[in-house]
Structures are given as C-alpha cells and as structure tokens.
Design a protein around this ligand. Structure first.
Ligand code: GAR
Length: 208
C-alpha cells in the first residue's frame, strides 16, 4: 500500500462482531485501512473490550452523561474528529445520530443494516422480516443520512432462508454475510471506488 493510512472510526453499541470482522480482515492490512478509534453509547459494550484487546483508543458517550442528544453527539463528534479519521463506520450503533453530527462527516458515515433496505428499517429488522414471513433476508451497507436507514445504498446481499421461523434460524448466516459485506464496503471506499452519481445522488457508483 502506498500513501497515508485510511483511518476510520467505528461506533458500536453491542457485541461488536462486525467490529471484530473489520479488525480481523482489514485493520493494518495491505489496503492501508486503520481502525483509529472505537466509541459507543454504552459503556459496557463488548465492542469496546474487543477494541481495547488490540490496544485501540476507546470512549463511551452515554446519553445520561450529557444534557441532551445534541450535546452527546457534539462530544462524540469532537472525540472522533480528534482521531483524524476519513470514515465513520456504524457497526451495530443503535442510537440515531443528530444532524449536527452528520454534518461534521459529510458523505463519510456508513452503516450496516440487517435487512434488504428499504424493507424493514429501524429496530429489530430480522424480527420485522420474520413477522412479515419473508423468504429472502439480507444485508445492506449504506451511507447515513438524516433518516432512519434511508441513505444511498453501497452494497447489498440477499440471503435465501425460506424455512426460517426464528431469529436464531437467521442470525448466524446473516452475521456471516455482514462480516463480509461491511469490510468489503470499507475497502472500496478506502480505494476511492465509491462515489455518488452527481446526476442522481441517491445512486452510488462503484468502480469495477
Ligand atoms: C448487526 O446485525 C447490525 O446489522 C445491527 O446490529 C447488529 C450488531 O451486531 N444493526 C442494526 O440493526 C442497525 N439498524 P454486532 O454488535 O455483533 O456487530
């Protein structure tokens, strides 16, 4: 790899298996991607332990420590920006980011969502899909805008599970797809292969 490392921050609220996939397949690898910082809204998130285990700077920003969401997100944005990152990756970050946070990192925040958007945005996407009786599940990686899981789509992959009845029937295979798709999207962005179509900014162009 030549040139400066492509530094990213990861925000995660939970177990951090997607963070782990990024650490295992991308961090300090030949593509030049470096996870520079990991933050959470939950001080006890397992994701923070995974980051600390490899010596990364971590911080938590629980809402209860701040007057409101805007103040929490301002502190979070300052901390993230202080690590000089070019991309913010939401890997199971379950708090909605405020517009002021989004404006600090324009077109530089991506999210992984466990459904084929625009189907089943928001919380418990897999539960929503099961309740709907779908036979095809999936994963979406998209840019983050002010809506709930509404930003331009970078990568999607479908997962046919026609007999799935419970979350357990879905989650193992779905996570495996996430663990490939999210690093793949970050790799493409780091390589400069992802642009918004100026004629239609909803459409994400991927260089072959
Ligand atoms: C992942 O399945 C991710 O898609 C989902 O949270 C999980 C986090 O798992 N995110 C959302 O639902 C966001 N709307 P992890 O903590 O093991 O990476």
């Amino acid at each position: 790899m030549s040139g400066a490392p492509f530094r990213i921050a990861v925000l995660a609220s939970g177990a951090g298996s997607n963070l782990q996939a990024i650490l295992d397949t991308l961090h300090e690898g030949p593509e030049g991607v470096v996870v520079a910082a990991v933050a959470s809204d939950k001080p006890d998130a397992r994701a923070l332990e995974r980051a600390q285990a490899v010596g990364l700077p971590t911080a938590s920003f629980p809402l209860a420590d701040h007057p409101d969401r805007a103040a929490r997100d301002a502190a979070l944005a300052d901390w993230v920006a202080g690590h000089d990152v070019r991309l913010v990756v939401l890997a199971g970050y379950m708090a909605l980011l405020t517009p002021a946070f989004l404006q600090r990192f324009p077109q530089a925040i991506v999210n992984v969502h466990p459904a084929l958007l625009p189907a089943f945005p928001g919380l418990d996407a897999v539960g929503q899909a099961l309740a709907h009786g779908v036979k095809v599940f999936g994963v979406t990686v998209h840019f983050v805008d002010e809506g709930v899981d509404t930003g331009p789509i970078i990568l999607q992959r479908a997962l046919e599970l026609p007999h799935a009845r419970t979350r357990e029937d879905v989650l193992g295979e779905l996570h495996a797809v996430e663990h490939e798709l999210l690093p793949a999207a970050i790799r493409l962005i780091a390589r400069g292969a992802v642009t918004l179509d100026p004629a239609d900014p909803r459409r994400v162009r991927l260089e072959p």
